[in-house]
Design a binder for this molecule. Structure first.
Ligand SMILES: *Cc1c(COP(=O)(O)O)cnc(C)c1O
Length: 345
Protein backbone atom coordinates (compact mmCIF):
# COMPACT_ATOMS: atom_id res chain seq x y z
CA UNK A 1 0.00 0.00 0.00
CA UNK A 2 2.77 2.42 0.92
CA UNK A 3 4.77 1.66 -2.22
CA UNK A 4 1.68 2.28 -4.33
CA UNK A 5 0.57 5.48 -2.59
CA UNK A 6 4.07 6.96 -2.61
CA UNK A 7 4.70 5.98 -6.24
CA UNK A 8 1.77 8.24 -7.14
CA UNK A 9 3.90 11.05 -5.68
CA UNK A 10 7.10 9.90 -7.40
CA UNK A 11 8.60 8.74 -4.13
CA UNK A 12 10.34 5.35 -3.99
CA UNK A 13 10.56 3.28 -0.82
CA UNK A 14 13.68 1.83 0.77
CA UNK A 15 12.45 -1.02 2.97
CA UNK A 16 14.17 -0.81 6.35
CA UNK A 17 15.01 -4.27 7.69
CA UNK A 18 16.77 -3.45 10.97
CA UNK A 19 13.86 -4.31 13.27
CA UNK A 20 13.74 -7.77 11.67
CA UNK A 21 17.54 -8.17 11.94
CA UNK A 22 17.76 -8.59 8.19
CA UNK A 23 15.44 -11.60 8.12
CA UNK A 24 15.37 -12.84 4.51
CA UNK A 25 11.68 -13.80 4.53
CA UNK A 26 10.80 -10.22 5.47
CA UNK A 27 13.35 -8.78 3.02
CA UNK A 28 11.95 -10.83 0.13
CA UNK A 29 8.41 -9.86 1.10
CA UNK A 30 9.41 -6.20 0.83
CA UNK A 31 11.05 -6.80 -2.54
CA UNK A 32 7.94 -8.49 -3.91
CA UNK A 33 5.92 -5.55 -2.61
CA UNK A 34 7.95 -3.27 -4.88
CA UNK A 35 10.49 -1.48 -2.68
CA UNK A 36 13.36 0.10 -4.62
CA UNK A 37 15.95 -1.33 -2.26
CA UNK A 38 16.63 -2.51 1.29
CA UNK A 39 18.16 -0.45 4.04
CA UNK A 40 19.59 -1.41 7.42
CA UNK A 41 21.49 0.32 10.19
CA UNK A 42 23.75 -2.69 10.84
CA UNK A 43 26.25 -4.12 8.38
CA UNK A 44 25.78 -7.52 10.04
CA UNK A 45 22.13 -7.53 8.91
CA UNK A 46 23.10 -6.58 5.35
CA UNK A 47 25.60 -9.44 5.36
CA UNK A 48 22.94 -11.84 6.64
CA UNK A 49 20.59 -10.87 3.81
CA UNK A 50 23.32 -11.30 1.21
CA UNK A 51 24.28 -14.67 2.63
CA UNK A 52 20.62 -15.70 2.41
CA UNK A 53 20.64 -14.79 -1.28
CA UNK A 54 18.47 -11.66 -1.01
CA UNK A 55 18.96 -9.64 -4.20
CA UNK A 56 18.36 -5.88 -3.97
CA UNK A 57 20.28 -2.62 -3.80
CA UNK A 58 21.39 -2.31 -0.17
CA UNK A 59 21.96 0.84 1.84
CA UNK A 60 23.61 1.21 5.23
CA UNK A 61 21.56 3.89 7.00
CA UNK A 62 23.65 4.48 10.11
CA UNK A 63 26.84 6.50 9.56
CA UNK A 64 29.56 3.91 8.96
CA UNK A 65 32.07 2.95 11.61
CA UNK A 66 35.55 3.32 10.12
CA UNK A 67 36.45 0.00 11.77
CA UNK A 68 33.88 -1.69 9.49
CA UNK A 69 34.75 0.16 6.26
CA UNK A 70 35.81 -2.96 4.33
CA UNK A 71 32.70 -4.95 5.34
CA UNK A 72 30.45 -1.99 4.51
CA UNK A 73 31.87 -1.54 1.02
CA UNK A 74 31.45 -5.27 0.47
CA UNK A 75 27.81 -5.50 1.61
CA UNK A 76 26.28 -2.06 0.98
CA UNK A 77 25.97 -0.37 -2.40
CA UNK A 78 25.38 2.95 -0.66
CA UNK A 79 25.94 4.33 2.82
CA UNK A 80 24.64 7.47 4.53
CA UNK A 81 27.54 9.72 5.52
CA UNK A 82 28.41 12.95 7.32
CA UNK A 83 32.18 12.73 7.95
CA UNK A 84 34.95 13.22 5.39
CA UNK A 85 37.38 10.96 7.32
CA UNK A 86 34.86 8.14 7.02
CA UNK A 87 34.28 8.72 3.31
CA UNK A 88 38.07 8.66 2.81
CA UNK A 89 38.26 5.24 4.49
CA UNK A 90 35.33 3.95 2.44
CA UNK A 91 37.12 5.13 -0.70
CA UNK A 92 40.30 3.29 0.37
CA UNK A 93 38.31 0.14 1.05
CA UNK A 94 36.47 0.43 -2.28
CA UNK A 95 39.77 0.90 -4.10
CA UNK A 96 41.16 -2.24 -2.42
CA UNK A 97 38.05 -4.16 -3.52
CA UNK A 98 38.13 -2.67 -6.99
CA UNK A 99 34.67 -1.16 -6.75
CA UNK A 100 32.85 2.14 -6.38
CA UNK A 101 30.86 2.85 -3.21
CA UNK A 102 27.82 5.10 -3.30
CA UNK A 103 27.44 7.90 -0.76
CA UNK A 104 24.40 9.84 0.34
CA UNK A 105 25.33 12.95 2.34
CA UNK A 106 23.01 13.50 5.30
CA UNK A 107 22.01 17.07 6.12
CA UNK A 108 21.12 18.38 9.57
CA UNK A 109 17.69 20.01 9.33
CA UNK A 110 16.83 20.52 12.97
CA UNK A 111 16.39 17.15 14.71
CA UNK A 112 20.06 17.21 15.82
CA UNK A 113 21.10 13.62 15.23
CA UNK A 114 23.24 12.86 12.15
CA UNK A 115 23.82 15.51 9.53
CA UNK A 116 26.11 18.07 7.93
CA UNK A 117 25.12 21.65 8.75
CA UNK A 118 23.47 23.10 5.60
CA UNK A 119 26.09 25.86 5.35
CA UNK A 120 28.84 23.22 5.16
CA UNK A 121 27.15 21.01 2.54
CA UNK A 122 28.65 22.59 -0.57
CA UNK A 123 32.19 22.23 0.74
CA UNK A 124 31.48 18.63 1.75
CA UNK A 125 30.12 17.84 -1.72
CA UNK A 126 33.21 19.37 -3.34
CA UNK A 127 35.51 17.19 -1.25
CA UNK A 128 33.39 14.05 -1.68
CA UNK A 129 33.49 14.41 -5.47
CA UNK A 130 37.33 14.18 -5.35
CA UNK A 131 37.39 10.53 -4.21
CA UNK A 132 38.07 8.11 -7.06
CA UNK A 133 36.11 5.19 -5.65
CA UNK A 134 33.17 7.14 -4.25
CA UNK A 135 30.04 8.08 -6.18
CA UNK A 136 27.89 10.85 -4.74
CA UNK A 137 24.36 9.46 -5.16
CA UNK A 138 22.45 12.20 -3.44
CA UNK A 139 21.53 13.87 -0.17
CA UNK A 140 19.13 13.03 2.62
CA UNK A 141 17.96 13.93 6.07
CA UNK A 142 16.52 12.27 9.15
CA UNK A 143 13.96 13.88 11.42
CA UNK A 144 11.73 12.90 14.36
CA UNK A 145 14.25 10.51 15.95
CA UNK A 146 16.28 12.54 18.45
CA UNK A 147 14.07 15.55 19.16
CA UNK A 148 10.78 14.68 17.49
CA UNK A 149 11.11 17.39 14.82
CA UNK A 150 8.14 17.04 12.43
CA UNK A 151 8.84 16.72 8.69
CA UNK A 152 6.96 19.56 7.00
CA UNK A 153 6.88 21.85 3.97
CA UNK A 154 9.63 24.03 5.47
CA UNK A 155 12.33 21.44 6.22
CA UNK A 156 11.46 19.28 3.18
CA UNK A 157 11.51 22.44 1.04
CA UNK A 158 14.95 23.22 2.43
CA UNK A 159 16.22 19.76 1.43
CA UNK A 160 14.86 20.24 -2.10
CA UNK A 161 16.43 23.69 -2.33
CA UNK A 162 19.79 22.28 -1.19
CA UNK A 163 19.57 19.60 -3.92
CA UNK A 164 18.87 22.29 -6.53
CA UNK A 165 21.77 24.42 -5.27
CA UNK A 166 24.22 21.49 -5.38
CA UNK A 167 23.12 20.57 -8.90
CA UNK A 168 23.54 24.17 -10.06
CA UNK A 169 26.94 24.66 -8.42
CA UNK A 170 28.47 21.38 -9.60
CA UNK A 171 26.58 21.01 -12.87
CA UNK A 172 25.39 17.68 -11.53
CA UNK A 173 22.12 15.80 -11.05
CA UNK A 174 21.78 14.27 -7.60
CA UNK A 175 19.86 11.02 -8.09
CA UNK A 176 18.47 10.29 -4.64
CA UNK A 177 16.89 12.89 -2.38
CA UNK A 178 15.91 10.92 0.71
CA UNK A 179 13.43 12.84 2.84
CA UNK A 180 13.39 10.64 5.93
CA UNK A 181 11.68 7.76 7.71
CA UNK A 182 8.12 6.67 8.59
CA UNK A 183 7.62 10.01 10.36
CA UNK A 184 7.61 11.63 6.89
CA UNK A 185 4.48 9.80 5.75
CA UNK A 186 1.93 12.34 6.89
CA UNK A 187 3.79 15.00 4.89
CA UNK A 188 4.51 12.66 1.96
CA UNK A 189 0.90 11.49 1.58
CA UNK A 190 -0.45 15.00 2.04
CA UNK A 191 -1.38 17.41 -0.71
CA UNK A 192 1.67 19.69 -0.80
CA UNK A 193 4.19 19.44 -3.62
CA UNK A 194 7.00 17.01 -2.89
CA UNK A 195 9.76 19.01 -4.58
CA UNK A 196 12.89 16.95 -5.18
CA UNK A 197 12.14 14.33 -2.50
CA UNK A 198 12.07 10.96 -4.28
CA UNK A 199 12.89 8.45 -1.53
CA UNK A 200 11.74 7.51 1.97
CA UNK A 201 13.29 4.90 4.24
CA UNK A 202 10.41 3.03 5.87
CA UNK A 203 10.49 0.51 8.71
CA UNK A 204 7.99 1.09 11.50
CA UNK A 205 5.08 2.07 9.25
CA UNK A 206 5.41 -1.19 7.32
CA UNK A 207 5.72 -3.35 10.43
CA UNK A 208 3.27 -1.72 12.81
CA UNK A 209 0.94 0.08 10.41
CA UNK A 210 1.18 3.43 12.15
CA UNK A 211 2.92 6.75 11.66
CA UNK A 212 5.45 7.47 14.42
CA UNK A 213 4.67 11.15 15.13
CA UNK A 214 1.40 10.52 16.94
CA UNK A 215 1.28 6.73 16.48
CA UNK A 216 -1.96 6.93 14.53
CA UNK A 217 -2.94 3.92 12.39
CA UNK A 218 -2.37 4.35 8.65
CA UNK A 219 -5.23 3.63 6.27
CA UNK A 220 -5.39 0.08 4.93
CA UNK A 221 -2.43 -1.20 6.99
CA UNK A 222 -2.47 -3.80 9.79
CA UNK A 223 -1.55 -2.61 13.28
CA UNK A 224 -1.54 -6.09 14.82
CA UNK A 225 0.88 -8.05 12.68
CA UNK A 226 3.03 -8.95 15.68
CA UNK A 227 2.05 -10.91 18.78
CA UNK A 228 4.36 -11.83 21.64
CA UNK A 229 3.44 -14.92 23.68
CA UNK A 230 4.81 -15.51 27.18
CA UNK A 231 4.37 -18.58 29.33
CA UNK A 232 2.82 -18.58 32.79
CA UNK A 233 5.24 -19.91 35.45
CA UNK A 234 3.33 -18.97 38.60
CA UNK A 235 -0.26 -18.10 39.45
CA UNK A 236 -1.27 -17.54 43.06
CA UNK A 237 -3.61 -15.51 45.19
CA UNK A 238 -1.40 -12.86 46.81
CA UNK A 239 -1.79 -9.54 48.59
CA UNK A 240 -1.70 -6.58 46.17
CA UNK A 241 0.51 -4.66 48.59
CA UNK A 242 4.16 -5.56 49.42
CA UNK A 243 5.27 -6.29 52.99
CA UNK A 244 8.36 -4.64 54.51
CA UNK A 245 10.40 -1.46 54.17
CA UNK A 246 10.54 -0.26 50.53
CA UNK A 247 13.70 0.78 48.64
CA UNK A 248 14.75 0.58 44.95
CA UNK A 249 13.68 -2.32 42.74
CA UNK A 250 15.88 -4.21 40.26
CA UNK A 251 15.21 -1.44 37.74
CA UNK A 252 15.60 1.49 40.12
CA UNK A 253 12.12 2.93 40.17
CA UNK A 254 9.86 2.29 43.14
CA UNK A 255 6.18 2.47 42.51
CA UNK A 256 3.68 2.44 45.30
CA UNK A 257 1.36 -0.46 44.74
CA UNK A 258 -2.27 0.28 45.39
CA UNK A 259 -3.73 -1.89 48.12
CA UNK A 260 -6.68 -3.63 46.56
CA UNK A 261 -6.77 -6.69 48.79
CA UNK A 262 -6.03 -10.12 47.42
CA UNK A 263 -5.42 -10.55 43.69
CA UNK A 264 -4.71 -13.32 41.17
CA UNK A 265 -1.02 -12.64 40.69
CA UNK A 266 0.30 -14.33 37.57
CA UNK A 267 3.98 -14.43 36.65
CA UNK A 268 5.26 -14.84 33.10
CA UNK A 269 8.68 -16.04 31.92
CA UNK A 270 9.31 -12.72 30.20
CA UNK A 271 11.33 -9.70 31.23
CA UNK A 272 13.67 -6.91 30.27
CA UNK A 273 16.07 -9.44 28.76
CA UNK A 274 13.38 -10.21 26.20
CA UNK A 275 11.60 -6.99 25.37
CA UNK A 276 10.71 -3.49 26.55
CA UNK A 277 7.87 -4.41 28.93
CA UNK A 278 6.53 -0.83 28.91
CA UNK A 279 5.81 -1.24 25.18
CA UNK A 280 3.50 -4.24 25.56
CA UNK A 281 -0.29 -4.12 25.42
CA UNK A 282 -2.06 -7.26 26.62
CA UNK A 283 -4.47 -8.68 24.06
CA UNK A 284 -6.80 -9.65 26.90
CA UNK A 285 -8.01 -7.45 29.75
CA UNK A 286 -5.20 -7.99 32.28
CA UNK A 287 -2.94 -5.61 34.18
CA UNK A 288 0.86 -5.52 34.02
CA UNK A 289 2.09 -4.83 37.57
CA UNK A 290 5.79 -4.75 36.83
CA UNK A 291 8.79 -6.53 35.40
CA UNK A 292 12.43 -7.32 36.08
CA UNK A 293 15.15 -9.05 34.04
CA UNK A 294 13.29 -12.32 33.63
CA UNK A 295 9.83 -11.94 35.16
CA UNK A 296 6.68 -10.07 34.37
CA UNK A 297 4.03 -9.91 37.06
CA UNK A 298 0.37 -9.53 36.13
CA UNK A 299 -2.89 -9.00 37.91
CA UNK A 300 -5.12 -11.34 35.94
CA UNK A 301 -8.27 -9.79 37.38
CA UNK A 302 -9.75 -12.71 39.33
CA UNK A 303 -8.87 -15.23 36.67
CA UNK A 304 -6.68 -18.31 37.07
CA UNK A 305 -4.10 -18.62 34.30
CA UNK A 306 -3.02 -22.29 34.19
CA UNK A 307 0.70 -22.94 34.63
CA UNK A 308 2.14 -23.53 31.18
CA UNK A 309 -0.54 -21.51 29.39
CA UNK A 310 0.36 -18.32 27.53
CA UNK A 311 -0.54 -14.64 27.65
CA UNK A 312 -0.50 -12.65 24.39
CA UNK A 313 0.66 -9.06 23.84
CA UNK A 314 0.85 -6.57 21.02
CA UNK A 315 4.11 -4.63 20.78
CA UNK A 316 5.09 -1.04 20.12
CA UNK A 317 8.28 -0.29 18.16
CA UNK A 318 10.52 -0.39 21.23
CA UNK A 319 9.09 -3.69 22.49
CA UNK A 320 9.29 -5.11 18.96
CA UNK A 321 12.95 -4.32 18.29
CA UNK A 322 14.01 -5.58 21.73
CA UNK A 323 12.03 -8.81 21.29
CA UNK A 324 13.43 -9.36 17.80
CA UNK A 325 16.99 -8.85 19.09
CA UNK A 326 16.59 -11.15 22.11
CA UNK A 327 18.03 -14.64 21.60
CA UNK A 328 15.50 -15.87 24.19
CA UNK A 329 12.47 -14.99 22.07
CA UNK A 330 11.54 -17.58 19.42
CA UNK A 331 10.40 -15.99 16.17
CA UNK A 332 7.70 -17.59 14.06
CA UNK A 333 6.43 -16.20 10.78
CA UNK A 334 2.92 -17.03 9.66
CA UNK A 335 0.82 -15.81 6.78
CA UNK A 336 -2.37 -15.78 8.86
CA UNK A 337 -3.36 -14.36 12.20
CA UNK A 338 -1.78 -16.54 14.88
CA UNK A 339 -3.46 -14.75 17.77
CA UNK A 340 -6.65 -16.56 16.87
CA UNK A 341 -4.90 -19.82 16.01
CA UNK A 342 -2.90 -20.25 19.18
CA UNK A 343 -4.61 -20.93 22.48
CA UNK A 344 -3.52 -18.03 24.59
CA UNK A 345 -4.94 -15.56 27.05
C1 LIG B 1 15.67 3.37 11.47
C2 LIG B 1 15.90 4.38 10.43
C3 LIG B 1 14.92 4.60 9.45
C4 LIG B 1 13.59 3.91 9.47
O1 LIG B 1 12.81 4.50 10.45
P1 LIG B 1 11.28 4.06 10.69
O2 LIG B 1 10.76 5.08 11.64
O3 LIG B 1 11.33 2.68 11.25
O4 LIG B 1 10.62 4.13 9.37
C5 LIG B 1 15.20 5.52 8.45
N1 LIG B 1 16.37 6.19 8.43
C6 LIG B 1 17.33 6.00 9.35
C7 LIG B 1 18.60 6.79 9.25
C8 LIG B 1 17.13 5.10 10.39
O5 LIG B 1 18.08 4.92 11.31
Amino acid sequence: MLVKKLAARDIGVSGVTKAMLGNSLFANTLISAGVKGLADSRVENLQAMRQAGVKAPMTLIRSPMISQAAQIVKSAHISLNTELDTIAELSEAASAQNCVHGVLLMVELGDLREGIMPADLEDMVRKTLRFQNIKLEGIGTNLACQNGVVPDARNMGELSALADAIDATFNAKLQIISGGNSANLTWALGDEAKGRINNLRLGEAILLGCEPLYRQPLDELFTDAFVLFAEVIECKIKPSHPTGAIAQTAFASTKTARNSGLIHQTTLALGQMDTDPTGLSPVRNIKILGSSSDHMVLDTLNEDFPIGSEAAFHLNYSALIHAMASPFVTKQYRSNNIATKRRAH
